[in-house]
Design a protein around this ligand. Sequence first.
Ligand code: 1CP
Length: 321
Amino acid sequence: MRPAPVWLMRQAGRYLPEYRKLRASAGSFLDLCFSPGLAAEVTLQPVRRFGMDAAILFSDILTIPHALGQEVRFVEGTGPVLGPFDPGALQFANGRLDPVYETVRRVRKDLPDGVALIGFAGAPWTVAAYMVEGGSSRDWLKVRRMALGEPERFAALTDLLVEATIDHLSAQAEAGAEALQLFDSWAGLLPPAGIRRWCLEPAQRIAAGLAARHPSVPLILFPRGAGALAPEFAGVGACVGLDTTADPVWAAGAVQGRAVVQGNLDPMLLVIGGDAMERAAREILSALRCGPHIFNLGHGVLPATPPEHVAALRRIVREAV
Ligand code: 1CP
């Protein structure tokens, strides 16, 4: 048996000294995302250092609101800050994302054969959450009120985001991305009916739009917090990413028969390292060994992660068979 392939969500970024060094010279975070030479270099850093089986494009889910005309800034220590939400003024100008596609082309050219390049976008619900709230939020009251209380108004925003997302992901596939991941990081804020309406349905429409244009490019769905609804996403994407709360033994029966399962080590165990990390990683590998599995975390790498722990995890997964 071959070892499970491995890559990590947010495998580039602040926990890597080589990222921090480049980041300091790049200007704003969006400047970095829109500088193909620098963004390609940051994408390749974890592949070089750890020998990951896939690279994930260095970009951000909030490039879509930027291309729709809503102001996006990243404030040191605060995170993303968006300008006023004015749905009537939103119009997708995909030319604003051309530097992202140039980054994809450059990374593909420089990646060794056998290392996959994953493109991505935020799912409509998660992107809408940042747009409506104006940034991150502790309780996400505004967006939940709109989705559950003003469904027609929220449907119009979702429709716009579905089209923009299909466009953005298709352009990444055309530029050389070999798989595409849809990050629905805040799916778990909704009740089950809301997850079906605002996460699952848009994912179905995006999957259909992509299948029409790029039938051979697999779609990975990451509906974080969808819990018992994860198997429903398995009917939509080729692969479902499990969050940290999903039991891999359950997922082997409930999800793996219908889709590749990706995940799901708790990122905190990667911060801790040592035996606790090794034991947890082996449990996941063992639970999912009888079906298709891509080893990953259950959410993104935390900035406090020692890079040596990532190297150790890579070895554990490779030598587990
Ligand atoms: O350099 C810095 O200080 C900026 C930190 C940073 C980084 C490294 C941000 C701001 N975005 C990114 C890159 C990023 N974001 C990638 C590139 C791949 C990689 O790092 O390997 C990806 C895939 C994302 C996706 C993303 N951005 C998500 C979905 C995944 C997740 O973590 O749930 C979300 C929710 C965002 C929004 C965002 N961008 C940045 C921050 C700090 C946040 C989160 C804000 C919040 O907590 O609500």
